[in-house]
Design a protein around this ligand. Structure first.
Ligand SMILES: Nc1ncnc2c1ncn2[C@@H]1O[C@H](COP(=O)(O)OP(=O)(O)O)[C@@H](O)[C@H]1O
Ligand SMILES: [Mg+2]
Length: 238
């Protein structure tokens, strides 16, 4: 399979704080790859560097064969890379429908193509359809997470970056969100998933990288890592 995302020797810092100290990883087309790690490991920083919300100090990021290391964020979205941010960040004062429209904002294809994606998003996330005139700020946490995913999907991404979609949700909702991620992936969208919830992430992913204080500590097949004794002790609590 073709490499869709290649990150090589990436370094990112906040002033004197070195958050990412030279990490490398790949995502192949069609995969679900997860970056797991404790709070502060550098997961969000990595996603922000990819989507250019944070400047990289060194290293390179290639998406679909294009060097995007120094590309502007809106151009990266146009290439087909969409991020679902940590903590959802929906536009609270706008309706569900308006939030989804914001996701489609950068598209230049036809209204008919965009409509097809609304239909798909509402099929995957029927709760959004029922609530499409509701203000996003009044949705539950799980519904806001669904909206954040739906909004990203409306940009018609080739690859979705998800930052801790399980955060703050009940086990039942976490299951539902992960089921949706799996379905979206099956439809052809490649997924890079960042999670503290290592159990769920390893369950859904093809491959995984373990991040610790800005470095890749381990990498491999998700099933192998889920059975690895060090990973079990540190991240799965067993
Ligand atoms: N805006 C910021 N300013 C300074 N330090 C930051 C900032 N954001 C994150 N950090 C630091 O960078 C490191 C990685 O953080 P982050 O990428 O948010 O980790 P994770 O998402 O894995 O919890 C942490 O040590 C954190 O304190
Ligand atoms: Mg984070």
């Amino acid at each position: 399979m073709a490499k869709m995302l290649e990150v090589r020797d990436l370094h990112v810092s906040y002033g004197a704080i070195k958050a990412i100290k030279g990490i490398s990883f790949d995502v192949e087309e069609g995969e679900i790859v997860t970056l797991i790690g404790a709070n502060g490991a550098g997961k969000t920083t990595t996603l922000h560097a990819i989507s250019a919300l944070q400047k990289s100090d060194a290293g390179s990021i290639t998406f679909c064969g294009k060097d995007i290391t120094h590309m502007e964020a809106h151009k990266i979205i146009k290439l087909g890379l969409a991020q679902v941010p940590e903590g959802r960040r929906v536009f609270a004062g706008l309706t569900v429908q308006q939030n989804l429209e914001m996701g489609a904002y950068t598209r230049v294809d036809s209204a008919a193509e965009i409509q097809k994606d609304y239909d798909k998003v509402f099929e995957w996330l029927p709760r959004l359809k029922e609530r499409r005139r509701q203000q996003a700020g009044t949705l539950s946490g799980g519904e806001q997470q669904m909206l954040a995913i739906g909004r990203a999907l409306m940009s018609k991404p080739r690859m979705l970056l998800l930052d801790e979609p399980s955060m703050g949700l009940s086990p039942l909702l976490v299951k539902e969100i992960f089921r949706i991620i799996r379905e979206v992936n099956k439809s052809g969208v490649t997924v890079l998933l960042v999670e503290q919830n290592a159990k769920m992430a390893l369950d859904i992913a093809n491959r995984a990288y373990v991040l610790e204080t800005g470095l890749v500590k381990m990498e491999g097949n998700a099933d192998d890592l889920a059975n690895n004794i060090e990973v079990r002790k540190a991240y799965l609590g067993c």
